[in-house]
Design a protein around this ligand. Structure first.
Ligand code: ACO
Length: 389
């Protein structure tokens, strides 16, 4: 189990804090550069880079999906946290591109990990989804109903893009990021969150698809949009984004009792570099306090914040006791901000880690066997019942 190196006296023994103790990310192998894109879409590297800051994005090949990317990111996060899948109580996957409407992508990941004591569900809040999911998990930890959660943002945006629509297809990419959140008596971790929505803006950004209203081509085409393909009113979403990033960060700082200037690093949803620069100006923060990796990944929707978090940690931009602000915005409209006081888990003893690594790998193997044997047993039972009847 992770401990924290904050060195502070623990507060009230009953107090539970939700700390990020593990993190991981996964992207597909194939990158698509702006130059490659401009061979089949009427655009250019100059236009895309100047307007968005994007140079390339990763695109899932046939064998990859939201669930496989989520699973790879989850394995890494468990490795860093050095806990077993069976220690997890909850798995949440924030996604707009789930494997199916149901079963949830989270249930598939739960099965592949052999996390047999965990509840699992998907959460839909577009690009704000990861912060929403992290907030749900943190609240469950603080309330005492769970001890450890795996929170994943995962997307295969390439599957819902209209590759003839240059106003959207140039922006998005595929990937997944995951964190393990764990209860600890050490102060810090998730300090505050702000979740917001404005459904009046639901027509600005959407993927028309099968739902409780008749989903047919005629409904989608009334708006001039295609079924199962994303559409976006770009400039309106741009204005909305710059407004809500600064507002929600200010609100989450007030809730945590700190000043905006106390923030050490903002990890925003990676939609467009110009949005991040405008938001930094509004907040009076240096642009370099905003983590940005949109250049390499494009907009990976719910996956962008955990991917950026992983890279910030890797680049040593996050230190113990730093105040980190996460902020997401997107379809719904939705937006969300969260303030975290970082606590870096102490390095594990080599022996314990090696042993746990082996135990995790055994559990992944068991997971495959367990899943197959359960399906096989169900099939046999069905046959036996058919013969009996
Ligand atoms: N290549 C070349 N030219 C283009 C392209 C392209 N890919 N796309 C549009 N253009 C042209 C337009 O046709 C237009 O030409 P015109 O002036 O002759 O009519 C011109 O470029 C300007 O188009 P705008 O749409 O006004 O360009 P803008 O500067 O607004 O940039 C962009 C567009 C990048 C989409 C921007 O609006 C944006 O980033 N919006 C926010 C997106 C976002 O944050 N989404 C977050 C949520 S995503 C989610 O939740 C799933």
């Amino acid at each position: 189990m992770a401990t924290f190196s904050s060195g502070e006296a623990h507060d009230d023994a009953a107090a539970r804090h939700a700390h990020v103790v593990g993190w991981g990310m996964a992207v597909p192998e194939s990158a698509l550069t702006n130059d490659e894109l401009s061979t089949f879409v009427d655009t250019s590297d100059d236009w895309i880079f100047a307007r968005t800051g994007i140079r390339q994005r990763f695109i899932a090949d046939e064998g990859e999906s939201t669930a496989t990317l989520a699973y790879r990111a989850a394995q890494q996060a468990l490795e860093v946290a050095d806990i077993l899948p069976t220690d997890l109580d909850l798995i949440v996957v924030a996604t707009s591109t789930p494997e199916n409407i149901f079963p949830s992508t989270a249930s598939l990941v739960q099965d592949w990990l052999n996390a047999h004591d965990a509840g699992a569900f998907d959460l839909s809040a577009a690009c704000s989804g990861f912060v929403y999911a992290l907030n749900m998990a943190a609240d469950s930890i603080r309330a005492g109903s769970i001890g450890a959660a795996l929170v994943i943002g995962a997307e295969t945006m390439s599957r819902i893009l209209d590759w003839q629509d240059r106003s959207t297809c140039i922006l998005f990419g595929d990937g997944a990021g995951a964190v393990v959140l764990q209860a600890s008596p050490a102060p810090g971790g998730v300090l505050s969150s702000v979740l917001r929505s404005d459904g009046a803006g639901s027509d600005l950004l959407a993927i028309p698809s099968v739902g409780s209203i008749d989903a047919d081509e005629s409904r989608a085409s009334t708006n001039g949009n295609k079924l199962y393909k994303m559409y976006m009113a770009g400039s309106e979403v741009f204005r909305f984004a710059t407004r809500v990033i600064s507002e929600s960060i200010e609100q989450t700082c007030t809730a945590a009792g700190i000043q905006v200037t106390d923030i050490d690093l903002v990890i925003p949803h990676q939609a467009n570099l110009r949005i991040l620069q405008a938001a930094a100006r509004k907040l009076g923060l240096d642009a370099d306090k905003f983590m940005s990796n949109v250049e390499h990944y494009g907009n990976t929707s719910a996956a962008s914040i955990p991917i950026a978090l992983c890279e910030a940690i890797e680049q040593q931009r996050i230190q113990d006791k730093d105040h980190i602000a996460l902020v997401g915005f997107g379809g719904g409209l939705t937006w969300a901000a969260m303030l975290i006081r970082w606590g870096v888990p102490e390095p594990r003893e080599q022996h314990g880690s090696m042993l746990n690594r082996q135990r995790r790998h055994v559990q992944y193997r068991i997971a495959r066997w367990r899943s197959r044997s359960r399906r096989w047993r169900r099939r046999v039972d069905r046959k036996v019942r058919e013969i009996r009847d």
